[in-house]
Each structure stands twice: as structure tokens, then as C-alpha cells.
Design a protein around this ligand. Structure first.
Ligand code: ADP
Ligand code: MG
Length: 158
């Protein structure tokens, strides 16, 4: 894989801080953006996504934790698709869900457990890796691949 176009690392000291980081990112999302989230169970991926949904003006009642479906569609300022690939084992299985029809479409796509199916990512995307550094602290590493993801990252974490 090519090296990232732009990287940033930030620390979050609480679940609320992670949520607020998400809110700011959600306010910047545009149709076609693709964000992949990587990190073990409990790393904070869903907390971040909930913040992004709020920032994208998705009504709180729509936001689920993707448990039963692979992709949840939300409607905010733009359409937002929240996917969780935890239970997906390969690309063929993902094809069958219709996931790839959403990529590059009229909405932004947020994918938890992107590393489960690396081929799920388009050529240009923003990868966010969350790592616990203490009980309530997380390190968030952001890697932008491509010009638009880099512009998004630069606006989010200047
Ligand atoms: P994931 O989707 O990665 O499995 P969740 O967002 O569902 O993770 O859960 C993260 C858990 O970690 C929650 O219980 C949350 O309260 C806790 N947590 C502690 N500190 C943080 C932090 N700084 N950011 C996000 N979550 C945190
Ligand atoms: Mg989750």
C-alpha cells in the first residue's frame, strides 16, 4: 500500500472528548467521503461514529450500534452509511450485502473494522486507528490516502 498523503495523531482523554472529535469531523463530511475505523473491541470506534453522525446532523434516534445489519443508513445533512465488518470474513461476502454500491455514492461511508476486509476501502480514504493508552485515554492515528481525504484531515485536525 502507498504511504499516506497526510497523517495526524491526537489524544483523547475521555469518551466525551472522542465524541466531540467525531462531531467536528461530521461537520466536514461530503458525499463520497470514506472513513475506515480500526481498533480492537472497546477502542472507541462507535463513540467516534456517533459523534460524526451528530456532526452530520443525523437525528439521534436513527443512530444504532450495527449489530444485526452490516450497513445502517442514516439521513442527516448528507446521507451517512455506518457499516460494521466485524462479522464479514471476505470480500465476496461483502459484495453480497450491496456494500460496494454505497461507496462513492451520494453519501459518506463510515466503516468499523475496516481491517477485517482491507479490500472494502476505495483508492482514496481516511483511516482512523484507535488505541487505548489508559483506562479513559485513547490515541487516535489518522492517515489520509489521497487528496480529498488529506484536505478533510487537514481541516479536521489542523
Ligand atoms: P468500539 O466500537 O471500538 O468497540 P465503543 O465506542 O463501543 O468501542 O466503546 C468504547 C468504550 O471505551 C466505551 O465503554 C467507552 O466508555 C470507553 N472509553 C474510555 N475512554 C474512552 C475514550 N477516550 N474514547 C472513547 N471511548 C472511551
Ligand atoms: Mg463498535
Amino acid at each position: 500500500m502507498k504511504p499516506p498523503t497526510l497523517t495526524r495523531t491526537v489524544r483523547s482523554g475521555s469518551p466525551e472528548e472522542t465524541h466531540r472529535l467525531g462531531v467536528r469531523l461530521g461537520g466536514l463530511l461530503q458525499p463520497g467521503d470514506f472513513i475506515g475505523l480500526v481498533g480492537d473491541l472497546g477502542a472507541g470506534k462507535t463513540h467516534l461514529v456517533r459523534g460524526v453522525a451528530e456532526g452530520a446532523e443525523v437525528p439521534r434516534s436513527q443512530v444504532a450500534s450495527p449489530t444485526f445489519a452490516i450497513v445502517y443508513p442514516y439521513s442527516g445533512r448528507i446521507p451517512l452509511y455506518h457499516a460494521d465488518l466485524y462479522r464479514i470474513s471476505d470480500e465476496d461476502e461483502l459484495y453480497a450485502t450491496g456494500f460496494f454500491d454505497l461507496v462513492g455514492g451520494p453519501g459518506a461511508v463510515l466503516v468499523e473494522w475496516l481491517d477485517q476486509v482491507p479490500g472494502a476501502a476505495p483508492r482514496e480514504f481516511l483511516r482512523l486507528t484507535l488505541r487505548p493508552t489508559a483506562e479513559d485515554a485513547r490515541e487516535l492515528q489518522a492517515e489520509a490516502f489521497g487528496a480529498r481525504p488529506a484536505a478533510l484531515l487537514a481541516a479536521w485536525l489542523p
